[in-house]
Design a protein. Structure first.
Length: 395
């Protein structure tokens, strides 16, 4: 049966290889099958924020979901007219409600449920078409090969609800779950191409979307004895217009490789972008003065080792950088205006076939022209130390 929501996509991650979703599959009389699977995770998270410009340090403790949200996925698959057909629904509920109690304040309705996935698939020997809402292509391999997918990484907003950041904004840009029409060649081949038309995002003052955003990805994998190699390249292009019909085009490219020898695994990835931003795509920090494109780049390196096929220890470092849009812009520079980096160490232990025990520690270093501030993708914070421990149960 398909693993949790295909989100893990055969991650080829050391810690992923021991996570098994059991799930429930029922064969229907009409030849279709129905399956239900998912995960629930909860982490205790402690974050200590260094003294800020106000001269005060802050500590915060919370129980919350990690980078990978809890998931309940429902899927039906069948074969008609020589084609493989399927539908998929992925609900992502949260375990916490932020700073307010369930019975008070703006969170009185309780924790939120994120409808992350709603899509259909049509496939055959010619490949597959996916139509609906699913994880984007641009930089998805970067996040899917990140060990913090099974942990916490950067905390994000102190006291916030929803998922943590992992390494989002500290080595790659979040691909997001977005409406799309995507074609992929057969996954059984060593090389696979995916290309799609995506619902575009507004980009600052450029909120008129006349054509879809294009995203593409090529992956390649090979195995020779105990050696495994997975490599990928990807990109995106989007054009937006404003009320007076001026336009701005945004571009992004990414590449990475994962090399495994027996129980040792190394991941190296990076990205470049123009007019996109550096943490969450198209939220405003990709443009200056509303019109001038800022460039951004980043990447991460990761080393993991799995002992006894159950316990994976890992260490990683990554950075993201946002540059100015030239001397005529509000930035007044072509150089970096913000740079963040994060060191993370983690232990990921497969306690049982379905239960994973996770411990992580991260150090965020957030700088802006020498001052301690995170770019607008997340909000201004001082340097932080994040410590977490918790459980992930796949079913």
């Amino acid at each position: 049966m398909k693993r949790l929501t295909l989100l893990l996509l055969g991650l080829a991650l050391g810690v992923a290889s021991t996570a098994r979703a059991q799930g429930l599959t029922m064969q229907m009389s009409n030849g279709w099958s129905f399956s239900f699977s998912g995960n629930v995770n909860a982490f205790w998270v402690f974050a200590h924020q260094d003294s800020s410009a106000a001269g005060r340090s802050t500590s915060y403790s919370q129980v919350r979901t990690g980078l990978l949200p809890a998931f309940a996925t429902f899927e039906a698959k069948g074969r008609e007219a020589g084609m493989n057909l399927g539908v998929h629904f992925g609900f992502a509920p949260q375990v916490n409600t932020g700073t307010a109690h369930d019975h008070f304040g703006p969170d009185a309705a309780g924790a939120q449920i994120d409808m992350r996935q709603v899509y259909l698939t049509v496939g055959g020997e010619w490949g597959q078409i996916l139509a609906g809402r699913e994880l984007g292509l641009y930089q998805r391999q970067n996040i899917l090969n990140d060990m913090t997918l099974f942990g916490v990484g950067a905390v994000g907003a102190l006291g916030g609800r929803g998922t943590t950041l992992g390494r989002i904004g500290y080595g790659y840009i979040y691909p997001n779950f977005v409406a799309q029409l995507t074609y992929s060649t057969e996954a059984k081949n060593p090389a696979q191409l995916s290309i799609g038309a995506f619902e575009p995002s507004g980009n600052g003052a450029f909120g008129v979307n006349k054509i879809p955003r294009v995203e593409a990805e090529v992956t390649w994998h090979t195995t020779s004895g105990s050696n495994k190699i997975n490599a990928w390249v990807g990109g995106e292009w989007q054009t937006n217009s404003n009320a007076v019909d001026s336009s701005v085009s945004s571009l992004g490219g990414t590449a990475g490789i994962k090399f495994g020898v027996a129980d040792l695994s190394i991941v190296v990835s990076g990205y470049l972008a123009s007019g996109v931003g550096n943490g969450l795509q198209f939220i405003g920090d990709g443009l200056a003065n509303g019109t001038n494109k800022r460039k951004s780049d980043g990447g991460y390196v990761q080393l993991t080792y799995t002992a006894n096929k159950k316990t994976t220890v890992g260490a990683s470092w990554g950075f993201s950088r946002l540059k100015g849009a030239g001397t005529t812009s509000a930035d007044g520079t072509d150089g970096p205006i913000g740079q963040v980096q994060m060191y993370t160490v983690g232990i990921y232990h497969q306690w049982t076939k379905s239960l994973k025990l996770v411990f992580e520690g991260s150090r965020e270093i957030n700088s802006h022209f020498g001052a301690e501030v995170l770019p607008a993708a997340v909000g201004a914070v001082a340097n932080r130390t994040d410590i977490s421990g918790g459980f992930m149960l796949f079913f």
